[in-house]
Design a protein around this ligand. Structure first.
Ligand code: NDP
Length: 249
């Protein structure tokens, strides 16, 4: 029997990149996957591809900055499948910008998606996991949750916060409630994430940074997430930092 055949997993940010790859890998391991992001067409295409491969998926268009929409995502999951075993809290944006350029809409969008959105998803699944006395939350932070690069002050602030949140969740929810928490910290991964960088000063410097390294395929991060959620219930894979070999820091 596949490792995750009894698991119901919500993946936020499933319409591209790491989230999409994770949903595919989890479905291959037998998990029922609930796909959340804003671009409905992408979610439906992914659901169709997973089902064509013999898997089970549900597409729920969701903006994680909308608290009620995220509550509805959890409710639709429960209505369809009766439980929520894993949340992959992955949706994120990275409109890197130098502080002196005062692109403040970028700052607040980063906080709204990467931190408030992460909290919305935790809020939506936690009552169910507490009731089940079991569950697993995988929060996607970043190497930028350990180091701050120029242009990344606000992005790193959100990713440091996700790492701190993960540590606190693990301490509070693991021993007393049987809920596991994993913080995944990717280095450079080839996805659409950098497309949203609107600050020309950062765009110019990012090109040079990426030319010096070989970004990972999203599948490498998906494999790490499958490893963490496939561990026996008695084992918490607390943190996973995955870097391209040629990424120095
Ligand atoms: P992508 O841009 O490919 O994916 C981001 C996902 O987040 C998309 O599915 C997007 O879907 C979703 N998303 C963005 N805003 C919202 C929103 N308001 N509501 C719901 N979903 C939203 O990038 P990645 O796959 O690289 O990013 C995934 C995670 O990995 C992020 O948290 C990112 O910070 C993190 N990460 C990425 C690294 C990299 O080098 N790529 C390195 C370290 C961490 P849609 O637009 O359809 O809503």
């Amino acid at each position: 029997m596949p490792a995750l055949s009894d698991s119901v997993v919500i993946v936020t940010g499933a319409s591209s990149g790491i989230g999409e790859a994770t949903a595919r890998h989890l479905a291959k391991e037998g998990a029922t996957v609930v796909l959340a992001a804003r671009r409905e067409g992408r979610l439906v295409d992914l659901k169709d591809a997973i089902e064509a491969d013999g898997g089970t998926a549900l597409a729920v268009p969701t903006d994680v900055t909308d608290r009620e929409a995220v509550q509805a995502l959890a409710q639709q999951t429960l209505d369809a499948f009766g439980r929520i075993d894993v949340l992959v809290n992955n949706a994120g944006v990275m409109p890197l910008t130098m502080l002196h350029n005062l692109r403040t809409d970028d700052w607040y969008q980063t906080v709204d998606v990467n931190l408030t959105g992460v909290l919305h998803a935790i809020e939506a699944v936690l009552p169910t996991m507490l009731e089940q006395r079991a569950g697993h939350v995988v929060n996607v932070s970043s190497v930028a949750g350990r180091r701050v690069y120029p242009g990344g002050a606000v992005y790193s602030a959100t990713k440091y916060a996700v790492r701190a949140l993960s540590e606190g969740m693990r301490a509070e929810l693991g021993p007393s409630h049987g809920i596991r928490v994993t913080c995944v910290e990717p280095g450079a991964v080839a996805t659409e994430l950098t497309d949203a960088i609107g600050d020309p000063e950062v765009r110019a410097s990012m090109g040079k940074v990426f030319a010096r390294l070989t970004p990972l395929e999203a599948d490498r991060i998906a494999e790490s997430i499958v490893y963490a959620v496939s561990a026996p219930a008695s084992t918490t894979v607390a943190e996973v930092l995955v870097l391209p070999t040629d990424q120095a820091r």
